[in-house]
Design a protein around this ligand. Sequence first.
Ligand SMILES: C[S@@+](CC[C@H](N)C(=O)[O-])C[C@H]1O[C@@H](n2cnc3c(N)ncnc32)[C@H](O)[C@@H]1O
Length: 259
Amino acid sequence: VLLSWSKRIEEVEPYSQLAEIYDDVMRHVRYRQWAGYVAGLFSKSPLPVRRVLDISCGTGSMALELARLGFGVSGFDYSWHMVKQARLKAHGQHAPLQFWCASMTDFTTRRRYDAIICTYDSLNYCRTPQQCTRVFEKAYEALLPGGLLIFDVCTEKNSKQHFQNYYERDAIATCEYIRQSSYDRKTRIQSNEFIFRWAAQPNKTFKERHLQRIYRLDDLREIVLRTHLRLIGLYDGFTRRDGTEKSDRVHFVLEKPQR
Ligand SMILES: C[S@@+](CC[C@H](N)C(=O)[O-])C[C@H]1O[C@@H](n2cnc3c(N)ncnc32)[C@H](O)[C@@H]1O
């Protein structure tokens, strides 16, 4: 099937096609529970956390769940297509949510936040340590003293175990898609290729290539050490146990020190 799909493949920007079906593709993700977990981590802050900024908001699922819990949430994402979906979902919500387009490696905000989040391995899209440093520096500027930056990353164990040679084919009413993933141990790059064929455009095939770097936890610790943020927690999955290389996903909690 892939061969017949491959004839007229147009390569497009990551998330430009996926955005429209992202919530369907990610229907297994339990954002409500995840938001509850993240909200629990806010208790690590000496501040009462009220205002939260999501710096890779995607289609806004996490932001909406946090808003439901009573937090004032804003968010941005690099992909305009994702932001558009987030705005559609936020439309008509009880609490108004602002979403805009920006990069986590290069953003400024007028207000200061109690907490900044960057969830679902979005930081892995930073393919160099320098880019991670930029994210941490920008977050530092946008946080109030005592505020938290919470992000999660996938570990190499996760990539080796689940995405070394992964293939998935699925269809929803409007679109058929294929996802193929691979992991290169040398470069520590995980590649996820999505191929789409829309019911409305059956003669066209689109491809997105998403590249993520899988960091050693010690390397991330080192990067954090060279910033003004302080690592105050590193957790395994959605628990309060210590995160290690044996975890699939770890949550980092960094604090902007008060003094
Ligand atoms: C796996 S999705 C996660 C989205 C959302 N956080 C969630 O939990 O559903 C990764 C997101 O990171 C965004 N992203 C990648 N690089 C970015 C950057 N430099 N700045 C902001 N967002 C970025 C992508 O556009 C995408 O929406």
